[in-house]
Design a protein around this ligand. Sequence first.
Ligand code: THG
Length: 266
Amino acid sequence: MIIIGEKINSTLKAIRPAIEKYDAATIQDIAKKQYNAGASYLDVNAGMFTDEEPERLTWLINTVQEVVDAPFSIDSPSPKAIEAALKVNRNSKPIINSITDEEERYNAIMPLAVQYNTGIIALCMDDTGMPETTDERVVIAERLIEKLTKEGILLEDIYIDPLIRPIGTGSHYGIVAIETIRKVKAEFPGVHIACGLSNISFGIPARKLMNQTFLVAAMAAGMDGAILDPLDKKLMSFMYATEALLGQDDFCMNYLTKFREGEIEV
Ligand code: THG
């Protein structure tokens, strides 16, 4: 699984003040902890700073790359903020998070992925709004994959995000996400599927239980990446166990290693 650590996000109560105060030590500590816990990418988001987003986002990138080599997931809808971030990035190949099939956003962000040779998360959304059904999501995914690959972007650099909606706002959203993952993966085995996991549980109690259960179901359907909290040991334990059960961990080697290291929590 490709783990994208979600914690350096300006919407989080613990993070926003640290960005506000340019508190580098706090940000660097969270970056190191997520990396040591197994994050392959570090998501960075300064979206709460609106006008100042480019400047705050570049500060985050510069602050983190002083201490951690992990590549970034640059989490912004703003082409200006994304480009500013790409310009200061010195770590390895980042992911732009994200593009959609909204015309204006697509046309502004796609060229950045090409020019800077990045990975790109493609959200199943277009100018008609947030899709309700699986089939609408799959059609948008097909269109995005076709357009992006036509520009020379490799399938392996594309991460389809089915756009996870909270299960508390519609009882079909769980199965819609799972079926979108299954269909996109069947049609394009070479593409990655990455989700913002905890969106599923917004507004309901015992969120961790719902996130853990959704992780297992989504992995079984073909999801191979997730934006999640790698410091949630139980969630990571579910991930290691599911990898072993799905034949993605020969002889349970990684599972056993994590167990020996005390990283498996039951
Ligand atoms: N897809 C893509 N990118 C995304 C999302 C997605 N980026 C943002 C988000 N969704 C994923 N990131 C987070 C980061 C933190 C939390 C959830 C998702 C989180 N929120 C708690 C809450 O809202 O209650 C805690 C709040 C707090 O501590 O302040 O933990 O879907 N491509």
